[in-house]
Design a protein. Structure first.
Length: 264
């Protein structure tokens, strides 16, 4: 996708992106060399473009190289804060700004606690909720390229890595009556949680607090009861025969397996 191509975004997500541009407008274009490696990770010309080009002109390739470069363990909020709105805008357009969705916001999460104002934290939270609301419904379509995997658990991990609270997102999933949100729960939990009662993702292996938070939510009696109700709803049952499984198991079999886990 080029910088001039536009992806039609749902109104709630577009509004959240505009809010981040306003909330993070205090951060000016970095004047000093960025926290990147120009010896082997990033061409000097790209580093210069990141500092000098207008923010909205920066492409997926710019942000990919910025995120993927060797960097300090603790990030500079003045630098990262400048790029945050464009990072989120490209994510919303289903652009691949890192090689794995889970670590797309690792620079954001690398900033010290307390780096963002209440207004900035609120903007980040609104974006996270708007993005997650789409993820649990199967996500949007990028007409200019492949859709990124919309695994809601990986989206939760992405925001946790970015230092954004995930409890409101899980609460929204619980409350959502859209049958596609139940499809997403069945599909992802069948493969990535219930076999070991632990979320399986290589980027979560060293994030014990996150995995425990997911585990506690999944095994909570209220969560089990609510998703059991969703699995038995007429709207969900009506679409089960139409949902494709995979080469190993039908979707109906996934539903039966998840139902058994929820009921015990």
């Amino acid at each position: 996708m080029t910088a001039t191509e536009q992806v039609e975004l749902p109104q709630m997500l577009r509004a959240a992106i505009e809010e981040t541009y306003t909330a993070f407008a205090e951060f000016r274009r970095p004047a000093l060399p960025l926290d990147v490696c120009t010896a082997c990770c990033m061409p000097e010309e790209v580093e210069k473009q990141l500092r000098e080009w207008p923010l909205k002109r920066l492409t997926v390739e710019h942000l990919f190289e910025y995120g993927d470069s060797a960097k300090s363990q603790v990030q500079n909020p003045a630098e990262v804060g400048y790029f945050v709105p464009r990072m989120l805008e490209l994510l919303a357009e289903r652009a691949e700004i890192r090689h794995s969705l889970a670590i797309s916001l690792d620079r954001l999460g690398g900033c010290p606690p307390g780096s963002w104002t209440v207004t900035q934290q609120s903007a980040l939270s609104r974006f996270a909720l708007a993005y997650f609301a789409l993820a649990i419904r199967g996500g949007g379509v990028n007409p200019h390229g492949p859709v990124l995997p919309e695994d809601p658990f990986e989206v939760l991990l992405m925001f946790d890595v970015g230092g954004i609270a995930i409890q409101p997102l899980m609460a929204h999933w619980l409350e959502c009556d859209d049958p596609m949100s139940t499809v997403q729960f069945v599909r992802q939990s069948h493969w990535d949680f219930w076999h070991e009662h632990d979320y399986r993702n290589p980027f979560a292996s060293d994030r014990g607090t996150f995995r425990e938070e997911i585990r506690a939510w999944m095994l909570d009696a209220g969560t089990r009861r609510r998703f059991t109700e969703k699995l038995l709803s007429s709207d969900f049952l009506a679409i089960v025969p139409t949902v494709r499984g995979d080469v190993h198991v039908s979707f109906a079999t996934m539903v039966d397996g998840v139902f058994e886990h929820l009921a015990h």
